[in-house]
Design a protein around this ligand. Structure first.
Ligand SMILES: NC(=O)C1=CN([C@@H]2O[C@H](COP(=O)(O)OP(=O)(O)OC[C@H]3O[C@@H](n4cnc5c(N)ncnc54)[C@H](O)[C@@H]3O)[C@@H](O)[C@H]2O)C=CC1
Ligand SMILES: O=C(O)CCC(=O)C(=O)O
Length: 470
């Protein structure tokens, strides 16, 4: 972000950098224990360290879409960043216009940050997914551009697990249908095909953060739990891992999906899988809309094979809230699905609780702020994880070099040749695939030295991007 022009105003920046009021230190202690424990020991979080900012914080532009929680807005405002905030996602052409000159963008699950969109983002430094899933972002392309992506890996897991528990009981007791009937004046007191969940078997596909939480809750309800996962995972309670999907399908009364959207999980449950399930069993999906072949599910419900379904996610989801948004134009099976009995449909609200959204807002905004202000990429999902302990408050005339480059032989030799003319206090470098990230703190360096470092690094053939923090 520091251009040679900006380097002319270095003197002011040095003054700002040593002023701790409103500093990143205020947010550099993360709110969650889990996030704290992910920070390597070498990073000092307790000691007062120098605030690094190479810029007037007011120059940093953050675009927040999809009603990102206010906790994030407060953190960014506290930094003095410029925040542009939208409740919905933006149509692609508008997104391309908006993303052109922002340094950070915050999204949830709807905004697609494809290569087509990202290549217009000339100033972008970092992306925050204020959710778990990151399939909406072209992670490889972002890394190639030198843009780090952060998410919140488990702040909404409990909320999803609780929703699914509610859906299991709702399906077993046909609560959705009874409620709709009562809303339209119909009294229909029935017990036929309504069940207790105690003693029934829950089959969990994907035993990660959400699947494992759900397993514990389901056992507390007296359910038996089976799970299928592509990796071997320690069972919680008395749950049992099965070795094939077919085994899980053949033994479960309820089947619930908690896998990421990948090529392998596309239509993971389709006609053959529904055929392999027990007669009168139930299907739940709160993972991603691509995981279930919904037309095949509709057929399985119509012939009575599947007794009901609860869906929270869909192949195509509306960009914003509103009446009539979920229709056959969006997904051509909508009216067929909604006409079937015992079908619970929710608008992708698995993670939508006050607790989850507030925690996600703090966690992701903190990660973004630490990356912008300090270069720390710990927790990034597409980037080498690099951090250095802070600079001591009494250190002056120091610069932190953040050099993102192609991971090819010879780069470090070139970079260290450039830096070796100066006093390297500490440095750390790591790579992930084709991308590598070097962070170095240089001391006793004056303005002309910083300009020289910048110019020389900028001229290297391996450079993807450089930022200097001081
Ligand atoms: N409805 C909603 O609002 C929310 C939806 N989600 C979705 O739920 C998904 C799961 O979330 P977490 O449990 O946090 O993820 P996680 O990464 O902790 O666990 C996913 C598990 O799925 C397994 N897996 C991957 N491919 C598989 C396959 N082909 N077959 C079987 N298992 C497979 C993995 O090994 C892993 O154990 C997320 O990727 C996200 O898309 C997450 C949060 C909220
Ligand atoms: O709350 C959201 O916008 C998305 C939740 C979700 O699907 C996720 O965290 O992956």
């Amino acid at each position: 972000m520091a251009s040679p022009q900006q380097i002319n105003s270095l003197q002011n920046s040095f003054q700002r950098a040593v002023n701790l009021s409103g500093s990143p230190g205020q947010v550099s202690t993360s709110p969650t224990q889990s996030f704290m424990s992910s920070i390597p020991r070498r990073m000092s979080v307790s000691k007062q360290t120098k605030a690094l900012k190479p810029f007037s914080t007011g120059d940093i532009k953050i675009l927040l879409l999809e009603n990102v929680n206010q906790t994030a807005v407060e953190i960014f405002n506290g930094q003095g960043y410029q925040v542009e905030y939208y409740k919905a996602s933006l149509p692609e052409d508008e997104l391309i216009e908006k993303i052109r000159d922002v340094h950070a963008i915050g999204i949830r699950s709807k905004t697609k940050l494809s290569e087509r969109v990202l290549k217009h983002a000339k100033s972008l430094v970092v992306i925050g997914c204020f959710c778990i899933g990151t399939n909406q972002v072209d992670l490889d392309f972002a890394a190639k551009m030198g843009v780090a992506v952060f998410n919140s890996p488990f702040s909404n897991s409990r909320s999803v697990a609780e929703l699914v528990i509610a859906e299991i009981v709702t399906l077993a007791r046909q609560l959705g249908d009874r409620s709709i009937e009562m809303h339209t004046g119909t009294w229909n007191k029935v017990s036929n095909k309504c069940w207790e969940v105690r003693g029934k078997t829950l089959g969990i596909i994907g035993y990660g953060h959400i699947g494992a939480q759900l397993s514990v809750l389901a056992e507390a309800f007296g359910m038996h739990v089976l799970y299928y996962d592509v990796v071997t995972i320690m069972a919680l309670g008395t749950a049992k891992q099965v070795s094939t999907l077919d085994e899980l399908l053949g033994k479960s009364d309820f089947v619930t999906c908690h896998v990421p959207a990948t090529a392998e999980t596309k239509n993971l449950l389709s006609a053959p899988q529904f055929a392999a399930m027990k007669d009168g069993s139930y299907v739940i999906n709160a993972s991603r809309g691509t995981v279930i072949d919904i037309p095949a599910l509709v057929q399985a419900i119509k012939v009575g094979k599947i007794a009901g379904t609860a869906l929270d996610v869909y192949p195509h989801e509306p960009a914003k809230n509103g009446a009539g948004a979920f229709n056959d134009d969006l997904n051509d099976w909508v009216s067929e699905l909604t006409s079937l009995p015992n079908v619970i449909l929710t608008p992708h609200i698995g993670g939508s609780t006050e607790e989850a959204q507030s925690a996600i807002g703090i966690e992701v905004a903190t990660g973004l702020t630490k990356y912008i202000n300090e270069g720390c990429s710990v927790g990034s999902v597409n980037f080498p994880e690099v951090s250095l302990r802070g600079l001591d408050l009494d250190q002056e005339n120091v610069v932190r070099v953040l050099y993102i480059h192609h991971n090819v032989p010879g780069v470090l030799r070139t970079v260290n040749n450039i830096l070796s003319n100066h006093n390297i206090e500490k440095q750390f470098s790591d790579s992930q695939g084709d991308i590598a990230y070097l962070m170095a703190d240089i001391s006793s360096v004056d303005q002309s030295g910083i300009k020289e470092i910048y110019d020389q690094l900028n001229a290297t053939e391996y450079k993807i991007s450089i930022r200097l923090l001081y």
